[in-house]
Design a protein around this ligand. Sequence first.
Ligand code: ZN
Length: 224
Amino acid sequence: MRLVDNLYAYTWQGSDNNSNAYVFASALSDNRHVIIDPGHVTTPFFHEEGLEMVGNDMKKDGLDAAAIGLVILTHAHPDHCEAAIVIREKNNAPVGLHKADEPIFQRFGGTVDFYLEEGEFELNGENKTRLQIYHSPGHSPGHITIYWPKNKVLIAGDVIFYQSHGRVDLPGGSASLLKHSIERLSELDIEYLLCGHPYGHPGIIKGKEEVQRNFDFLKKYILG
Ligand SMILES: [Zn+2]
């Protein structure tokens, strides 16, 4: 589904746990696409074909999954990045991740081609997509979130969900770091908050007020 400009959202529709995927269409100089968090190739319990489902959904929007030329990972948990390994091989697409999550990714066979770190990150297509990367640890040590100032979009990965936040009990997790990350992101001007999972909600929080309400809820009832 096209969300805004050339940004498409593929919220997970299956029964198993898997991440939402987001695509910046034709955002590279060779007109290829950029995918963020492609998810599982096959989900672990019900064996749903996650990567194939994203490809089929892209096709409905006129986008060819074979034309994915770059993979960006918010963090290295398998439910977000397993498919990155396949896309990298098949499409010869480099994979970007924060250095602090590289050991997690390597543990299940992933290779990082370039590091994503706090600061500006530009997709070099005809219409330049200027993104801002925030290092947002807490759910994992090298978690990043991606802000697109032009359309006030925040791709939040597993930092923020609808009325919830990412777990902090996995290796490298930290409740105090997550709280700090969320507080920092709450200062941004956000119209579209795009979550890493469809937990109890598709995971696309639209409109400045709705986004603010979600931050308020987290601060009041969850973060304390
Ligand atoms: Zn995760």
